[in-house]
Ligand binder design. Sequence first.
Ligand code: UT7
Length: 351
Amino acid sequence: MIRTKILGLGSYVPDRVVPNSEIPYLNDRHEVCAEQQTDTSHEWIEQRSGIRERRYVPNDGSVGCSDLALIASQRALEDAGLRADEVDCIILGSLSPDIHFPGTAVFLQEKLGISGGGCACFDIRQQCSSFVYGLQMADAFVRTGAYQRVLLVGSEVHSHSLDFTTRGRDVMVLFGDGAGAVVVGPVESDDPREGVIHTQCHADGSGAWDLYMKVFEISHAPFVWYDARDREENQTMYPQMKGKKVFMNAVKRMVEATQQALHTTGLSWDDIDWFVPHQANLRINQKVAELARIPSEKVLNTIEIYGNTTAATVPLTLDYHRQQGRAKRGDLVLSTVFGSGYTWGSTVFRF
Ligand code: UT7
């Protein structure tokens, strides 16, 4: 039977490292000011989230979501030994797209040099859950024969839409820029432990207003009713989060999804090499590992050095640990995600 195999993996983070010590002093152009801009500290950020530093794109507007996605995609293609023109479908997850529409996948397609009609483009909007949602789509596309080579990429430029004042500190300190990508394709195999073994997605729209960003409300007229230059009064252009509520739901749903993945596949932690959770908060991942009885040495994190890169976290984390010589080809990976929506899910795949 046809199964879906991960053919290549790649990731990219911009060069600028932003340590916690800089965060209180950054203005909205990401310049380090002499005077403190935000009432926060390295100690608070590290204790509450585990984050020590994150990456930001240059602050001159020269790098957008599709640019980070391009480099991660090229690396995934190189890893797969494929040319860009062999990709016949792109699925791109992002909450920080280049522009409102069209979606960013078409900009990525053009930058990859494969525009012209031979490659379908999907943009998905499942935020931190994009990797599992996208992999479920890619797996279905490959197994039904709809597409042969699917590029699944998550890419985020968060640094352009954070509130660099005390008002926005709960969200601002957590997020970083980066991208991660996989290329998948068909393999003929009857081994149920080959390729993508399990994907399960969930959503609960009653949590939608617990983590959101409006920018403008196209359901209302006039669409833009505020002065976008007014940083003190206007919260519309920045993400809003009920942190504690999101935290508690993330733990609950990630534990459930992890247990569901084990139950559905009949696998145990003896079989699985790595747990790659979404990277929102180190304390979330530690709690999930404790409650789902995941051996701590099997948990892969990058939140300490990249912060939360939303749609990119899972491939970015797996690729980082491959580069560190930990995860390797043939390993069995269980990944669980949770994000805005609420959306969540799990996947098990042979890498
Ligand atoms: O990726 C999508 C999913 N996202 C998540 O899963 C994120 C989930 N939430 C979290 O990670 C945590 O809730 C946060 C890291 C956002 C906050 O941690 P917390 O332990 O839940 O803190 P809190 O919101 O209860 O705030 C505690 C205190 C408050 O002050 P008071 O009311 O006790 O005086 C906050 O105003 O910390 C204050 N605070 C800060 N202080 C310094 C909030 N943000 C900051 C900050 N620096 N950046």
